[in-house]
Design a protein around this ligand. Structure first.
Ligand code: MN
Length: 402
């Protein structure tokens, strides 16, 4: 795992340079090194601009003006998703740190490389982002928000043709899932909250991911559980109170395993040569296959305005209206009665409100066919959802149907 925020490389190490990173390099033959890393990146130098501010490029005005201009050029390039490197000669440490912070704020990993003065340039490798899985080809079954609806998840997997073997070992449930046509599942996240069996859902999902039978992104509810399990304070709203009561009764080893699993889930997945993006709430084209705190937040929450409506639900901006990318983006997060396409036909939402009593939906890819199973009960009511389940959920009766 590359630590993007603190990466600082010095003499004689081999470097791991994340894709899409901004590099600020100092030391010997900086431009040569940066060209080896990428022959198409824009390289900015402080000393390019001095004469625009003063006849004497070493005057304080010239240096100050040059730094401001360098920063503006860098930001422009980053905002336009251009690869930009900086030759850090003439920059002070505090200026380099400032530029790295600006890049991180723009959602771009920024690393500093101090090249050795009397040794050859270090060997380096480009590290693809964890969201870049272009080499993974389908066919996929992309499954919407599960929210603790374990029985419905098993029903849906069976409807999709998966064979599920469940066994108990050392008092713990284990699952082996397979498909005769080598199909795999991609989960859009939100495994817990509202529905009755968050632990069973997590066990199933974790086993499938571990066996390579599924890929998954992280949902905002999963992220909240991750925070809780790592000792942070979180609110009990939106069904988390129920999950917390259940999770608190599980063995510490299980909670540790869940924390580890959730901490390593990507914000989105760019799949099949870039034709398909799966994410929880949304993903603009400029974010595809990249990774940063800002991208992670967008992928989990979409475009949020910060306001709430009269039903106490967050008002969401619709990023998909302006999405013209070539990749089909499949996501959940927004509960709907049916799967919903944007008008360009390149974004589809597949959270069909199972925990609110409607249905659990998968999108088959590349076929573009929906497969849904109805909810067994209305676990939580919501005004804008029309349930297919006829019974209200009371309390767990005899555990999940396995
Ligand atoms: Mn959700």
């Amino acid at each position: 795992v590359v630590k993007l925020k603190t990466a600082l490389y010095t003499n004689n190490e081999s470097l791991s340079i994340p894709d899409h990173a901004m590099i600020i390099a100092t030391g010997k033959d900086v431009d040569d090194f940066l060209r080896k890393v990428s022959d198409s990146a824009i390289i900015l130098h402080l000393n390019q601009y001095g004469l625009e501010f003063s006849d004497d490029p070493s005057s304080p005005e010239a240096i100050r003006g040059s730094f401001d201009l360098l920063k503006i050029k860098m930001m422009n390039s980053l905002m336009n998703d251009k690869e930009v490197f900086i030759n850090g000669q003439g920059l002070r440490d505090d200026q380099i740190n400032h530029l790295r912070k600006v890049a991180l704020t723009a959602g771009v990993p920024a690393i500093r490389v101090d090249l050795p003065l009397n040794a050859p340039h270090p060997y380096f490798m480009r590290i693809p982002s964890i969201t870049d899985r272009k080499e993974e080809t389908g066919p996929f079954d992309i499954i919407g928000d599960i929210h603790g609806c374990f029985d419905e998840t098993l029903n849906l997997l069976e409807a999709l043709g998966y064979i599920i073997i469940c066994y108990e070992l050392d008092d713990e449930l284990h699952f082996i899932v397979s498909h005769a046509q080598s199909r795999r599942v991609v989960f859009v996240g939100d495994f817990i909250d509202r529905g009755p069996y968050p632990v069973e859902v997590l066990k199933l999902v974790m086993d499938m991911c571990e066996q390579g039978q599924a890929l998954s992104v992280v949902g905002n509810h999963d992220n909240k559980l991750r925070k809780y399990l790592s000792g942070q304070k979180v609110s009990e709203t939106h069904g988390f109170g129920l999950t917390r009561n259940i999770i608190d009764q599980t063995p510490i080893e299980f909670r540790q395993k869940v924390l580890n699993f959730l901490s390593n889930l990507p914000s989105h997945l760019l799949l099949n040569n870039g034709d398909l993006v799966v994410t929880h709430a949304g993903c603009e084209e400029r974010m595809h296959g990249k990774d940063s705190a800002k991208i992670t937040s967008f992928c989990q929450y979409g475009l949020v305005t910060g306001e709430i409506n009269e039903d106490n639900l967050p008002i969401r901006g619709d990023w998909a209206v302006d999405y013209y990318g070539k990749a089909l983006v499949v996501h959940g997060h927004v509960p709907e009665n049916e799967p919903m396409w944007n008008s360009q036909g390149n974004v589809v939402r597949i959270d069909t409100a199972c925990a609110f009593g409607r249905q659990l939906t998968a999108l088959r890819w590349p076929e573009i066919e929906f497969v849904s199973v109805p909810a067994n009960a209305v676990y939580v009511q919501r005004v804008d959802i029309h349930p297919l389940a006829s019974i209200e959920y009371d309390s767990p009766k005899g555990g999940p149907a396995i």
